[in-house]
Structure formats: C-alpha cells, structure tokens
Write a protein that binds this ligand. Structure first.
Ligand code: 13P
Length: 261
C-alpha cells in the first residue's frame, strides 16, 4: 500500500506567534481526532508533513515531538553539507535538528532562484545522503500545457532530477506534481487532469525502474488544492495526497484536507 500524505508548504508566511498558534491549533485537532476517532477510525489519518520556514523548525519539532504520523521538513536545502556559504542551511543541519523531509525543486525556487534540474539532482542526492526524504516537485507552466508539452516537460524534469539514481535511492523520494499555472491562482487542475499526469509519472517510474517501485511511490498533487476540492482529487487512483500552499495556513482548512481521503 502506498503512503497517503497531506503536506503543508507554509512558504514565506506567518510571524513566530502565528506559526506557533497554527501548529498548536492543528495539534489540538489531531488530538481530538485520535481521541474520539473523529469521522474516521483511529489511526486512519494520512501521514502529515509540515514545511515551515527554517526559523520555525525547532518550535514545530517541539510541538509535535511525540507524533509519529506527523513529520517536519524544510522548503529548501543548500547543495553542500557545510562550509563558507553565508546564509545557507545544509541538509546535515536540518537532519541534526530532527527535520526529516525537504522540498526540492519547488517551481518558486526554479523561477525566482534559477534552480535547474542539475542543481536539483545534486540537492536530492545530498538530502538522501543525509537521511532527509526529498519531496521532488515537478510541473509545467501554462504555455507548456497549452501547447501540449506538459508530459514532455515533466518527464524531462524527472529524468534529470531523479531518474539517474539507483532504484534503492530513488525509491525513497516522494514526487509532487504541481502545475505552475495552478499554484496560488485558485485554478486547480481538474481531478482528471491530475490523474492523467500522475498515471503518466507512475508509468515513467515503471519504465525506468520497475512496476513494484511505481506501485510503491507516493505522488502528491499541488496547486490550489483546498478543503472543497481535495476529496475529488484524492479519490483518483494515482493521486496519493496533496502538497498544500495557501490552504495549509488555516488549521480548519488544512485539517479538512487531511480528512479528505
Ligand atoms: P497553493 O496551494 O497556494 O496553490 O500552493 C501550492 C504549492 O505551491 C504547494 O507547494
């Protein structure tokens, strides 16, 4: 069985006070669900990942210290373990704090920080070496979809960023399909569009590695996923959960997404 995951990417939002309030509100909701069974059975919550800004990492790790089903990660890592790189944060540091995951190749990093697939491949390998699970983001821009190049673009991103790795390494990665035209726009990929791309990605994994690995790998959808559309998206066979931006900043909305399987 593939892992079902709901991940929250807080991006560069929230003050310290707001971040801790959101974490504690979320914790209360999880506690309530685990205590009462909520609308679902005990233990039936999907795995939850939170990607706060670096500066809130230790605070969130503290809040969720004993929560096996919830892990804390970061939105980016530097591509070296240590050294004279003023202002950067390495995977070794994140791991040593208790962080377990890192986003790699989010479209905002590709766009605003010129991160290309070669750099992202290096980051992915270094994350794995340091015991962090990469959530590798891929997705096409609007003109690429409009001209029918979306499959090609995603295949290329995965080929350069992930598929050069051996099966035992690549098998630890989580993939997030985030069509750039859907990020922060309120325009979501339809469930059929998401399913079509996820099935395509799974087939790429099967061709590159094996059916077994393709069956096992978690592929998340991201891009204006919210409390209203999550259930329809998550109902699709190859959509194993979501990477949520805006809607992860409100505990109520994010928790409703968590309950959408
Ligand atoms: P939105 O959910 O705000 O569209 O952001 C998606 C995203 O970029 C998650 O990484």
């Amino acid at each position: 069985m593939r892992k079902k995951i709901v991940a929250g990417n807080w991006k560069m939002n929230l003050s310290a006070e707001e971040a801790m309030a959101l974490a504690n509100e979320l914790k209360q909701k999880i506690d309530h669900q685990l205590d009462t069974g909520g609308p679902r059975q005990n233990g039936a919550l999907p795995r939850i990942l939170l990607f706060p800004p670096y500066v809130y990492l230790s605070g969130l790790i503290e809040v969720f210290r004993n929560y096996e089903g919830l892990s804390i990660g970061v939105q980016n890592i530097y591509q070296e373990e240590k050294g004279a790189y003023t202002g950067e944060v390495s995977p070794l540091m994140v791991r040593s704090m208790g962080g377990t995951h890192t986003l790699i190749g989010h479209s905002e990093r590709r766009m605003h920080f010129n991160e290309d697939d070669e750099l992202l491949a290096k980051k992915t390998a270094l994350a794995l070496k340091n015991g962090l699970i990469p959530v590798y983001c891929c997705g096409e821009m609007l003109p690429e979809r409009e001209t029918g190049k979306h499959f090609q673009v995603v295949a290329e991103q995965l080929k350069k960023g992930v598929f050069w790795m051996k099966e035992e390494e690549a098998g630890n990665i989580i993939i997030a399909y985030e069509p750039v035209w859907a990020i922060g726009t309120g325009q979501t990929a339809s469930p059929d569009q998401a399913q079509e791309m996820h099935a395509y990605i799974r087939q790429l994994i099967a061709d590159q590695y094996s059916n077994k690995m393709a069956d096992r790998m978690t592929i998340l959808y991201g891009g204006s996923c919210n409390a209203k559309n999550a259930a329809e998206l998550f109902a699709k066979e190859d959509v194993d959960g979501g990477l949520i931006g805006g809607a992860s900043l409100k505990a109520d909305d994010f928790f409703r997404i968590i309950q959408s399987f």
